[in-house]
Write a protein that binds this ligand. Sequence first.
Ligand SMILES: *Cc1c(COP(=O)(O)O)cnc(C)c1O
Length: 224
Amino acid sequence: MIEENVKKLLETIPKANPFGEKVTLVAAVKLQSPEDINRAICGGITDIGDNHVQEFKDKYELIERNPTRHFIGHLQTNKVKYLIGKVELYHSLDRYALAEELSKRGEKAGVVSSVLLQINIGEEESKSGFQLGMANEAYAKIKAMPALKIKGLMAMLPDIDDQAELKRLALLMREKFEELRKNDGDLQYLSMGMSGDWRLCIDCGSNMIRLGTAIFGARNYAKQ
Ligand SMILES: *Cc1c(COP(=O)(O)O)cnc(C)c1O
């Protein structure tokens, strides 16, 4: 079932967004067993993204075929030390304290970490991230930190049905991405799109989507 889901998704997801950029699929693996994650990888998943450091550590050695590792969840500063050097891209750089810790730990370890600035595009209480209006300032401050490389922006759209509003927000993200990228060739990724909204996000210019439910089915929170 999981392998089938992945194969179908890989056939369905456009190879490129309307800007001609390759679209990367990251499997959101929170609460999934190593077996199921390995099934997804067998189906063609090349990139996996974790939310929880404990899960990341517990499963790290059990994941086969060496997929590219992303961290997509809210990250506590006191857990950064467990991830340094093991994560290809941090999607959820959502505050200065985290940026400072990642840079400090990276400097010590001789590791430059690639990060996306998380923008709270819906200005939701329940979500973290910089406000869109603070994006330029956050970009400038974090750009100056020695052991970090900003590779783009990340956002989670609100869980609403209003397609026009979702599109408006997604296009605001693309606009900000374009603006910052004009002067910075390192900016490559706009990570936006989950199981419920990935089509709209790609249409609006996302080039990296993070899918959990569409690959693994509904998450079983009771199992935890
Ligand atoms: C869980 C999660 C996803 C995937 O959500 P689905 O709706 O299951 O596709 C994507 N991004 C983040 C940050 C997540 O925590």
